[in-house]
Design a protein around this ligand. Structure first.
Ligand SMILES: [Zn+2]
Length: 354
């Protein structure tokens, strides 16, 4: 069965059959993506040729990274992905999600972890949800947030959809990043890992039926003043794809996207980044709306014409540890660049999400 898309995308390429196919796909059950497309059309840029690094779009002086270079352990990231998939479907209210929550806590048992419970008012009634937040204190005043969603697609709950890429891979990635942060005196900003709940639509993707955990947390952090301290919100989604090609998201903050590309280039991974532009609705939007710099690190060409996305084809055999390594290491390098001052002089206004 065709499911509503949790992440809606419109590519802004010209002259490709892939584009029209994706637009057709993206249009299915995804009303709000049209608005996103219109926003994107104002700012869309010509993509770099495939395989070539896209040029940064704004003048960002090259910062010096702060702190030691860190790399995730791809074997561990892969094991975490397999463990999470082994919990089965993890839609909200499922036994698999409860088990995965316990799994996350077990992997972070020596860290500073808190739960952020809330009740989501959905088209299918009220759901008890919770974000999980792990905090790694830094020595500078300010926070860098790394986020990923922990739920799997709810409308597919009666299938054997396991969300190996869409949910498991990036949850695993955050755990693998935690392994690198743990026990170290971080020289820069604090790093908070946020495992968001309720990213997926319960019935059909809309502004009110999606992003439950991130909308709740953005509102809470706006009210308690935390949002003002967030230097960057980096979101990872669907980056376990063995055929990795990460989009430049036009709903993300341009200078922060530029820093991600700088980090990728420093590591020699630039060919995996930003050959294509897109306009994506995901857990970064609620934070963008309250003025937090955001970047969605996402690959939405998962299988031919994105055909594995939100289908039972989203299984481990489509993923690779190498893709987790690329994304994890680029995120860790991005943190070093932000700690070195990347973006601190930016006058770019908060990105308009819609
Ligand atoms: Zn999804």
């Amino acid at each position: 069965m065709l499911s509503p898309r949790s992440v809606c995308v419109f590519l802004r390429l010209s002259g490709t059959g892939l584009l029209s196919s994706l637009i057709l796909l993206a249009g299915l059950g995804c009303e709000s993506s049209k608005k996103a497309s219109e926003v994107g059309s104002e700012s869309a840029q010509k993509p770099a040729a495939a395989g070539a690094p896209a040029a940064p779009t704004s003048a960002v002086s090259a910062p010096s990274p702060v702190g030691p270079e860190l790399h995730i352990d791809p074997a561990k990231a892969w094991q975490y992905t397999k463990d999470i998939v082994a919990n089965g479907p993890r839609w909200d209210g499922s036994p698999g999600q409860k088990k995965m929550g316990e799994y996350i806590h077990s992997k972070l048992k020596n860290d500073q972890v808190e739960e952020d419970p809330f009740v989501a008012d959905t088209p299918e009634g009220k759901f008890a949800m919770r974000n999980i937040i792990a905090k790694f204190p830094g020595s500078k005043d300010g926070i860098i947030v790394l986020a990923s969603h922990i739920d799997t697609n709810y409308p597919l709950r009666n299938t054997n959809f396991v969300g190996a890429n869409d949910g498991a891979s990036t949850t695993a990635l955050l755990l693998a990043i935690a392994d690198q942060l743990r026990g170290k005196k971080l020289e820069g900003y604090s790093v908070w890992l946020v495992f968001t709940d309720g990213e997926e639509a319960i019935k059909s993707w809309s502004d009110t039926d999606s992003l439950y955990g991130s909308r709740h947390l953005a509102q809470k952090w706006q009210q308690d003043g935390t949002a003002k301290k967030i230097k960057a919100f980096l979101l990872a989604d669907m980056i376990g794809d063995a055929d990795l090609d990460i989009f430049r998201d036009m709903n993300s903050t341009p200078w922060l996207e530029d820093v991600v590309l700088q980090a990728a280039t420093r590591l020699g991974y630039q060919s995996y980044f930003f050959a294509e532009n897109s306009t994506i609705e995901d857990d970064h939007l609620p934070f963008a709306r309250i003025g937090v710099p955001v970047a969605d690190i996402i690959d939405l060409t998962y299988g031919y014409n994105n055909s594995y996305h939100h289908t039972t084809e989203d299984t481990l055999d489509k993923l690779s540890p190498k893709s987790l390594q690329i994304s994890g290491d680029v995120i860790l390098e991005t943190i070093r660049l932000i700690n070195g001052g990347a973006g601190s002089g930016s006058t770019a206004p908060p990105q308009k999400a819609q």
